[in-house]
Design a protein around this ligand. Structure first.
Ligand code: ADP
Ligand code: ZN
Ligand code: ZN
Length: 705
């Protein structure tokens, strides 16, 4: 019968993922009708323009369908394919699907933010040309190679490096290798040798090199460009101008860039020819995204490698306990670089007990003397303090008033602004101006002329920040060339690089700074490191604090003596007997890691157990806690007496108030991942139905609790 033959099974609809919070909408895609023309042009993975409200949005087609459950009156039609865009490659879609499932988010929430803004902004209706074509032309123009000079001969690997390389070259298919090498042991050289062999094997393949911090990309990019002058290199991080970001991302996505270097977001760049991944400083907390979809780039790198059957190399001087346990369990291979390159010895560590000492600008007499000796010898000293600004808090010693932030459970930090900015080399001096800044919400205010409580006009900055320390050092060492590096300095484009270049060129006697100085840099002539305050991490509430502190202290110590000078690290503390210092002084990562693993096993913490965290915020702490209590009840009802998943009690977050919102959290724990994720899948729809107007978000494998 003609009518049954005419039964229509052709594609009529596209399921389109959009960048909208699926966890709260309850939908991870939206159905749109396809007109005949769009039907020709659209396939799964296509980028399309769709109407949304009064405007338009860019979406990703996840599937085509012959029917929809939407009422006919509510169906809108796809406007068309995004001009110039090529369909997303299948391996990339697979990674995104994994990430969406694992982090319990919509595919669009993962996919769209991974695309540079220029490329995912709907073009103006009558726009001429395509941003994609312009981005391609921009990359080509920026990376034109003018008959490259012959690449410098790579250094000959030492026996430990050769052995590590042999482990890597023997890897076929999916393997994870942990390269555990002390600072200055030549890990980067192993990466480069390995990547050279991978690139030589297949002229179409691509490699990905992840670094934890934007500031580390120029140095590594220069090394890579010198080593592989004929290969096109793409750089990806969040601080690039929009045009460059689009150009480099597209070069990765089109397979035109053979080497991609980037921060965590680069793990979500589509790379059709991906053949090998390196994650440098794999333990670094900045691999975990802290807003939106809270993914771990290190973990996703391993997933991508496993999905595609590729080798991945994790490098670190202080591997994460997750990776260390995986080695102990035989899931990762271990390669080691136990010593520094050449004759360089590891620095000697000394713990300086701050108790009962007269301090000068918070420096112990021994630290001051050591700095003096160092610069007298024409060498560099690094003074490390993990607090930017002038002083962590402003206070009144008449009545006890402190500069609390009105909107957060935190103090506003005293900052020096304006003419007195000495930062950088040769910066001008002028009258100092001060302001109070909250490092959590960004709230700012001028310094009050007098105490708001008692009228005392003699308010004092309490404690040390980078700016004050810089000032104190200038006072103690008047002739010394001092440079500071912290996020305030780095917020001016190019300023951080200026400080680093000066330090590398030996134009600095004393470097003062935060974390930003600790990682990766290979300073010459640097023979002394002073850590002003080690105590913040020793007895902190977060169980990961000692692991972090150990890694930071190892890293910052590792800046000393990399060019074969005898070097020293002075650690200032009020708890000199803390066991962490013993492991540090012996450079005994294994001992420290094994102890931490044993402690965490005893109390049932990651990496032995797995966690997810439900965070809620509301206008009052009571409302946030009440929401979580209901969430907990709903979850417990789902679980019944199934003990595979444990729901803890809701508690206020360590920083309970942020930007005027009260925050609380509920921890979910399990011995294994599958039951945890099954539970979360069943639980999330219930959360959407709970009354109250708390905002909430789920964090799988939270980095901070
Ligand atoms: P890591 O990344 O482990 O901290 P790097 O790879 O930066 O160490 O190496 C430290 C220094 O030693 C660098 O200046 C590097 O160029 C140099 N280097 C590395 N391997 C060798 C080698 N086999 N021979 C000579 N120099 C080397
Ligand atoms: Zn007062
Ligand atoms: Zn604040």
């Amino acid at each position: 019968m003609a009518s049954s033959i005419g039964f229509d099974t052709t594609v009529r609809y596209a399921r389109v993922a959009l960048d909208l919070p699926a966890s709260q909408l309850g939908a991870s895609w939206f159905d749109y009708a396809l007109d005949p023309q769009a039907r020709e042009a659209v396939e799964p993975g296509s980028w399309v323009l769709v109407p949304w409200g009064a405007g338009r949005r860019v979406g990703l087609v996840v599937a085509l369908a012959g029917h929809t459950d939407l009422e006919p009156a509510r169906i809108k039609t796809v406007i068309g394919a995004l001009p110039g865009a090529r369909p997303a490659p299948e391996p990339w879609l697979r990674l995104l699907r994994f990430a969406a499932d694992y982090y319990h988010r919509g595919l669009g929430e993962v996919a769209l933010p991974a695309v540079p803004k220029l490329l995912r902004t709907p073009p103006a209706p009558r726009a001429r040309g395509s941003v994609f074509d312009r981005a391609r032309a921009r990359f080509d123009a920026g990376t034109e190679t003018t008959a490259p000079p012959a690449p410098p001969a790579p250094p000959e690997l030492n026996p430990a490096q050769r052995e590590a390389l042999a482990v890597l070259e023997a890897s076929t298919g999916f393997t994870v290798t942990l390269l555990h090498g002390v600072t200055g042991s030549g890990k980067t050289e192993v990466y480069l040798h390995w990547l050279a062999t991978v690139l030589a094997r297949d002229p179409a393949c691509q490699v990905l090199l992840l670094v934890p911090e934007i500031a580390l990309t120029p140095q590594l990019a220069a090394q890579v460009a010198a080593r592989f002058p004929n290969e096109r290199l793409a750089i990806l991080h969040s601080d690039l101008p929009d045009g460059d970001r689009a150009a480099h991302w597209l070069a990765a996505a089109d397979g035109r860039a053979r080497v991609v270097i980037g921060t965590r977001l680069a793990v979500l760049a589509p790379m059709p020819g991906l053949a090998a991944i390196v994650v440098d400083e794999e333990h670094d907390p900045s691999y975990k995204q802290q807003e939106g979809v809270r993914y771990s780039a290190r973990d996703l790198a391993i997933v991508a490698a496993s999905q595609r059957g590729l080798p991945v190399l994790l490098g670190s001087a202080t591997p994460s306990l997750e990776s260390w346990l995986a080695v102990r369990r035989g899931r990762y291979r271990l390669a080691r670089l136990p010593g520094r390159i050449g004759d360089a010895a590891l620095p000697e560590l000394e713990v300086l007990d701050l108790r009962h000492k007269t301090l000068q600008h918070d420096l112990a007499p021994r630290a001051v003397a050591a700095i003096r000796d160092t610069i007298a010898r024409g060498e560099q000293a690094l003074v490390f303090i993990n607090r930017r600004g002038y002083a962590p808090v402003l206070g009144c010693d008449q009545c006890g008033w402190l500069s609390r932030c009105a909107d957060c459970s935190a103090y506003r930090v005293l900052h020096r602004a304006g003419g007195a900015q000495r930062s950088g080399v040769g910066a001008s001096r002028g009258p100092a101006r001060y302001r109070l800044v909250c490092h959590h919400c960004g709230g700012e205010q001028p310094v009050p002329r007098a105490c708001p409580e008692c009228g005392n006009i003699d308010l004092k900055g309490l404690g040390q920040g980078t700016q004050r320390l810089e000032e104190g050092l200038a006072e103690m060492f008047p002739g010394a060339r001092i440079a500071r590096l912290d996020r305030d300095v780095a917020s001016r484009r190019g300023a951080a690089q200026k400080v680093l270049d000066a330090a590398h060129a030996g134009e600095v006697d004393i470097l003062v700074g935060t974390q930003m100085l600790a990682k990766g840099h290979d300073f010459r002539r640097l023979s002394l490191v002073v850590v002003v305050d080690c105590d913040g991490g020793l007895y902190a509430a977060d169980y990961r604090a000692p692991e972090r502190l150990f890694a930071t202290l190892m890293q910052v110590s590792g800046r000393a003596g990399r060019d074969a000078r005898a070097s020293r690290v002075l650690l200032q503390t009020r708890f000199p007997e803390h066991p962490l210092f013993g492991y540090l002084a012996r450079h005994d990562y294994d001992g420290f890691a094994d102890l931490q693993l044993a402690e965490r096993q005893q109390v049932g913490l990651p990496p032995w157990r797995h966690q997810a965290l439900l965070r809620a915020e509301a206008t009052t702490q009571a409302a946030a806690l009440a929401f979580l209590a209901q969430a907990r009840d709903a979850g417990q009802a789902l679980l019944g007496d199934d003990a595979a998943v444990t729901l803890l009690d809701p508690v206020p977050m360590a920083m309970s108030r942020l930007a005027g919102r009260e925050r609380a959290q509920l921890l979910i724990e399990s011995d294994a991942r599958p039951p945890l994720h099954r539970f979360l899948d069943a639980w999330l729809p219930r959360l959407r139905e709970l009354p109250g107007n708390a905002r909430w978000a789920l964090d799988v494998d939270p980095a901070e609790i």
